[in-house]
Design a protein around this ligand. Sequence first.
Ligand SMILES: C[S@@+](CC[C@H](N)C(=O)[O-])C[C@H]1O[C@@H](n2cnc3c(N)ncnc32)[C@H](O)[C@@H]1O
Ligand code: SF4
Length: 373
Amino acid sequence: MRDLPRALYVHIPWCIKKCPYCDFNSHEQADPDFAGYGRALVDDLDADLERYGSTPFVSLFFGGGTPSLFPPKHLEPLFHRLNDLSLISSGTEVSLESNPGTLDLGHLQGYHDLGINRLSVGVQSFNRDVLKALGRIHDGGQAVAMIERAKAIGFERLNVDLMHGTPDQTPAIAREDLNIVRDLGISHLSWYQLTIEPNTSFYSKPPKLPNEDTLEATEEIGSTVITSMGLQQYEVSAFATPGEEAKHNMNYWEFGDYFGIGAGAHGKITTKRGVVRTRRTRQPSNYLARTDVHAEVHPLSDGHLGTECLMNGLRLKSGISYTYFKQRTGLDPVEFRAAHLMEADRLNLLTPERFQTSKLGWRHLNHILEMLI
Ligand SMILES: C[S@@+](CC[C@H](N)C(=O)[O-])C[C@H]1O[C@@H](n2cnc3c(N)ncnc32)[C@H](O)[C@@H]1O
Ligand code: SF4
């Protein structure tokens, strides 16, 4: 297996308030030790560089949790290290996830000054009742204000996260949410259907959700409005104007490598000994105390590699080429297809010559993915 493109994921584990649907590694904590965390991230990066060698990153992504809570000055040590080692340059995509409820902290200018060039805004909905049902800390006006402020500062690349299939959402509300995004002229949209995850408040106390007919109507309206915005679907939940696809997410879906630093972060790295998965300790206090930071390193077996590669790649409308599959797994694509996807081929769910769903297959993606397990 050859050296693959490598990205860097940085996890920020704190939120002002935990949302009832969220199972990310996010913690409510008064007055977190941001300065200490900023230093711990540098040590963490250094440890991975020492283990796996130094290659420039194709993208950086600050995810959470709520990265926009983090004071920019405490990210300076990490950016200094990345710049000193020439691991990033002006062309590197550097994204940060933000929650509109943090706008008043005034951090956006600082992020831009550091070299963060893409902002993802967790809007979810602009509708007051939906936001309330989702336990969000902001209203629609703050979401619009955050996007406008980001534009004024000079963020040219913006993503908006919206959710659908949420309590209190009608197809008309979903349409209104998308219309507002269209009017704001956003070039990337993540449109997620709410999932009820174990270990969340919604799991233990399920809210009333829209029925199947309402969900279907929402999907249909959503698809029409999104197309009218000039955005093209390139992944199950991701839409972009051509050329504005998120490089960082493309690297995950195309099974590239990535370091994952910060509490609870995951990484995937191709080494001479094979592909390893890394995972950091989840609790911010343990992470800050450097206790069991490198909690686990799992080597991935050949069988798992092929499956994992396709579980990611088939989520892309363009799928994944045989060349990439071979380069990233070391497996023969034709043999793998014959062994695992004969049924999908019999049902015409895939296109020939690459791992890509046909029009019919796209509608039955979950069925294809089940065949792989
Ligand atoms: C880790 S959050 C980051 C953004 C920021 N913390 C916020 O919420 O504003 C990433 C996105 O995942 C989506 N998300 C989280 N939990 C979800 C769930 N259970 N179902 C669907 N989407 C979910 C939301 O759209 C959220 O904006
Ligand atoms: S959805 Fe975002 S703000 Fe809400 S708890 Fe999860 S990470 Fe925090």
